[in-house]
Design a protein around this ligand. Structure first.
Ligand SMILES: [Mg+2]
Length: 237
């Protein structure tokens, strides 16, 4: 498909984001979008500047920043240490005898040394996992163990689901992705009045595209920095 390549819409999105970040939700794919592709997923390198940018943007959007990735929870944790897994691992503090086992694609909480903790453990796991998009995490009860794993879900359904939760609900999604698995997300963004951008290539239903992850990082940093300097000047609410 021969689509015209234009930066106009990334500028439009930038202006829109800058006008009020608290009306937007930033949804970003990880590999090939904000990070350069590496020979092995574990070898990716996260520039310090990107960590800072993401944390500033998370602040500026009031938490409406999501990394929408095909990676396993384990992989994402290796890179970004999300709160969810930390919270689950912290359940060992419910009492002695609860052990955490970090498997490659799941997290197991064993309570065979504390069988009386089973019910409280189950309830707390459910409570923690309730903050993840519905259908994205499976809790598998085993023999004196609970295994928590990511389910293979489609990104479009994940994004649609995510947009029903605060602080994403009612916001304008701005999605950036490079994979074929990101493609189903683009056409559904218009339902939310959102904008979608591809990376490296132009695909149908996008509003614009970035040349490579470096240009995405530069764009995100520009938004974070400009917004911050505007705030520092006290010119914006
Ligand atoms: Mg990708």
């Amino acid at each position: 498909m021969d689509l015209e390549i234009t930066d106009l819409d990334t500028e439009r999105a930038e202006k829109f984001l800058l006008s009020d970040l608290r009306k937007c939700a930033l949804l970003l794919d990880i590999d090939g979008t904000i990070l350069d592709l590496a020979p092995a997923p574990q070898e990716v390198w996260v520039p310090t500047e990107l960590r800072n940018t993401l944390s500033r943007l998370e602040d500026l959007t009031g938490g409406a920043l999501a990394l929408v990735s095909g990676r396993s929870l384990h992989d994402i944790d290796l890179i970004f240490s999300p709160v969810l897994k930390r919270k689950l691992a912290a359940l060992t503090e419910l009492g002695p005898g609860i052990l955490v086992e970090d498997k490659d694609y799941s997290l197991a909480l064993h309570y065979r040394l504390a069988p009386d903790k089973g019910e409280v453990l189950r309830a707390t796991i459910q409570e923690i996992c309730a903050s993840a998009p519905r259908g994205s995490i499976e809790i598998l009860p085993g023999k004196l163990v609970f295994e928590i794993k990511m389910t293979g879900i489609n990104k479009a359904s994940a994004v649609r689901e995510l947009m029903t939760y605060p602080p994403f609900k009612g916001r304008t999604p701005i999605f950036v992705g490079d994979d074929t698995t990101d493609e189903p997300v683009f056409p559904m963004l218009s339902q939310f009045g959102g904008l979608g951008f591809s990376v490296g290539r132009v695909v149908p239903d996008v509003n614009g595209h970035f040349e490579n992850p470096k240009s995405v990082r530069g764009w995100l940093a520009r938004i974070a920095n400009q917004r911050q300097s505007t705030q520092n000047q006290g010119a914006a609410p």
